[in-house]
Design a protein around this ligand. Structure first.
Ligand code: FE2
Length: 423
């Protein structure tokens, strides 16, 4: 007898009336109309079953700290960085762990079961590193938490950052981070990319750098990142996050740059919620959009994900661990309104970030982990439109979160009875 059988599911690729059979935490069959005895049978009733949402870019050390020690008055990136600097000396391990665990609860409820989080390593005590390594251990049964050693104040610019970064990796942090545009000069930025990629190559690590999070069209560290990726044989293991300067770059230069990124198999993460609010702050009108060239990167074959980046922290006072919110904003900012492009936006918060994180056993195929989400939506486009309710979330075949369907009931004058529907 099976442990679990989900029937009448619609899959993200459009297949309908599919049955998903689960045994011992793994998917053992994905077959149209299949019926068999199972300890638990869930009728999806034609609704969408998707592999879990995946977050490719987050800051779990800062999340849910909104208002501590004060609110970001200007709402700018630089005041956010300054505010984080004010908060750092006040942090305690207990508070960090508590906030991160609370966020992980939000994530599970939204079907978000894998998160790549940057962790600031500039504090010599590495308090946040210790805290998030503890969180990683505690959430492992329900969330894959991957940590990036992130030198927020610049690996070359901040005293001791390089040693801290190496220490953080030795302690168990997974990925090498960086922030070349925050180094003192363009030359230092390029040197930081080279240095950090060499560390990653030596230690067999993945790389994910905050790269060119700026409106300066001459911030071209992504070019160096693609070059170093090829020079060091890191193809398929490197991600450039934000890449917002590409929005403002000269089109002729970008026509050379995007093929270079594709050739190096460097992935990209756009963070549309954050960058639409943080970028273009020096503009009057017209104001530039704060997002990299997502459709063009995708068309060139680059793996692109949408990240949430921040939730209720010094940089962003909103957010709810909902990757469909990030997809919704990315779709709008990128004008990705064709049917195919809207589906690509769904992939940008599921399959694509799973590839970026190098997640094993991800997907809805026999042999994959039995991790999936039943949504109150008929297809990926409706899921984005409604930011649909996650009715049931499964991890290794076990139900880990459940939310009642959204239903509105109308009581209208001149209309006998009541009408109930999904709003
Ligand atoms: Fe970030």
């Amino acid at each position: 007898m099976l442990d679990l059988l989900v029937t009448h599911a619609t899959l993200p690729d459009g297949r309908t009336d599919m049955s998903i059979a689960v045994q011992d935490g793994r998917i053992v069959g994905v077959t149209p109309g299949f019926q068999a005895p199972a300890a638990e049978v869930v009728d999806a009733r034609g609704q969408l079953v998707t592999p879990p949402f995946v977050e490719a870019h987050f800051h779990m050390d800062a999340t849910l700290s909104y208002g501590q020690p004060r609110v970001n008055a200007s709402g700018t990136l630089l005041e956010g960085i300054a505010l984080w600097g004010e908060l750092k000396p006040l942090l305690t391990q207990e508070a960090l762990v508590e906030r991160a665990l609370a966020y992980c609860d939000w994530a599970v409820a939204r079907g978000l079961l894998a998160i790549r989080s940057h962790v600031d390593i500039c504090d010599p005590k590495l308090l946040a590193v210790e805290a998030l390594l503890e969180v990683k251990k505690r959430v492992a049964p329900y969330i894959d938490l991957q940590l990036v050693a992130f030198p927020q104040d610049g690996v070359l610019r901040a005293t001791g950052a390089l040693e801290n970064l190496k220490k953080a990796l030795a302690m168990g942090v997974d990925v090498v981070g960086g922030i070349p545009h925050f180094e003192r000069t363009m030359a230092d930025g390029a040197a930081s990319v080279r240095l950090l990629c060499e560390i990653a190559a030596d230690e067999g690590r993945l790389v994910d750098m905050h790269c060119d999070e700026s409106d300066d069209p001459l911030s071209r560290h992504i070019e160096t990142l693609a070059y170093e990726t090829q020079r060091l044989g890191l193809q398929g293991r490197v991600t450039g996050s934000h890449l917002t300067s590409m929005h403002s770059m000269d089109n002729y230069y970008v026509s050379k740059l995007i093929p270079l990124i594709a050739e190096a198999q460097v992935s990209a993460v756009a963070n549309p919620l954050i960058n639409i609010t943080l970028q273009g702050r020096h503009d009057s009108y017209p104001k530039r959009r704060g997002m990299t060239r997502v459709p063009e990167l995708m068309a060139a074959g680059v793996t692109v994900a949408f990240g949430h980046d921040c939730v209720m922290d010094p940089w962003y006072s909103l957010g709810s661990a909902d990757m469909l919110e990030a997809a919704h904003m990315g779709l709008h900012v990128g004008q990705m309104t064709s049917q195919a492009a809207m589906r690509q936006c769904f992939e940008a918060v599921t399959m694509n970030p799973a590839r970026i994180l190098h997640l094993e056993g991800y997907g809805l195929e026999p042999g994959c982990n039995a991790d999936f989400v039943l949504l109150q939506a008929r297809d990926p486009i409706e899921a984005i439109r409604l930011q649909a309710t996650r009715l049931r979330v499964y991890r290794r075949g076990l139900l880990v979160a459940q939310t009642a369907p959204a239903t509105a009931t109308l009581h209208l004058a001149g209309r006998p009875g009541t009408t109930s529907f999904q709003p």
